[in-house]
Design a protein around this ligand. Sequence first.
Ligand code: HEC
Length: 274
Amino acid sequence: MSPRARFTTIAMCLLSLATAVSLCRRPAATAHAATAGTPVYAANGDLLPPSDYREWIYLTSGIDMSYSPKAMDTPDHSMFDNVFVNPAAWRSFVATGTWPDKTVMVLEVRGAKTRGSINQRGHFQDTEIMGFEVHVKDEARFPGKWAFFDFDSPHKNGTLIPTGAPCYTCHAAHAAVDTTFVQFYPTLLPIAKAKGTLSAAFLKDEEVAGANNLRSSTDSMKLITLDNALPWFGSVLIRLVGWSGDTGKQIQMVAFKKIKLRLQVRRFRSQVNE
Ligand code: HEC
């Protein structure tokens, strides 16, 4: 073999070796297909796990959030939920105040621990992941544009949650932007406000909450003022005249308590005098 031919053979060998190595090292579809942040699906409709979501944009860590007033009474374990979004969608949100097609949002749930290392108070996040859910915007694929997927682990494929599930109802009824809970993502809420993209459902919630707060604060102001300023017969007068709404009822309660107290004192005095 001439030196030139030998060189060509060696070069060919090296080239095929490199190709073989790169083929062998090509990552398995399940583990890496969703890396770029766009949703990728398996043949059965499952969503492949977004394997690099920890390199995405961090939105919030909610702790022990609860959506029912009763659940707050007995929290049996503390949990953090961390929310991430793919960088391209985040950039688009910053520019427009809403989410583009192919947005992927991850909710990662971790236990909150107190005892560990030097910590004495407060909570830190556990290494173990307790829940993993994904919210995907894929306009051509889902009739409602968005879909939820539930994952057993961030490394396995996620299953589609059917449209009737409470996930869809609550997100549609209360989320601030395009069925996502931007009201809890502090870096995004001001952008949505500035761009005027807050949902009608959210604005209505805010209006009701605002009115309730205002009513209860003005009510208690009125009560305190009355309680300090009026002698007890003033309260009685108001009670007799009547006052509509919650304020009236609260004032009646105060007045009623005062009368009861006075009667008790009078009875006690007369007993002592006898
Ligand atoms: C009663 C209301 C409610 C229900 C029901 C609900 N969520 Fe949410 N969801 C929230 C709130 C509030 C947040 C914001 C969490 C935070 O700030 O940490 C959120 C955030 C999320 C996020 C982060 C992205 C986003 O859309 O803002 C995902 C993913 C998510 N929820 C998935 C689900 C799934 C899956 C279900 C059903 C199994 C579900 N949720 C049911 C209230 C709800």
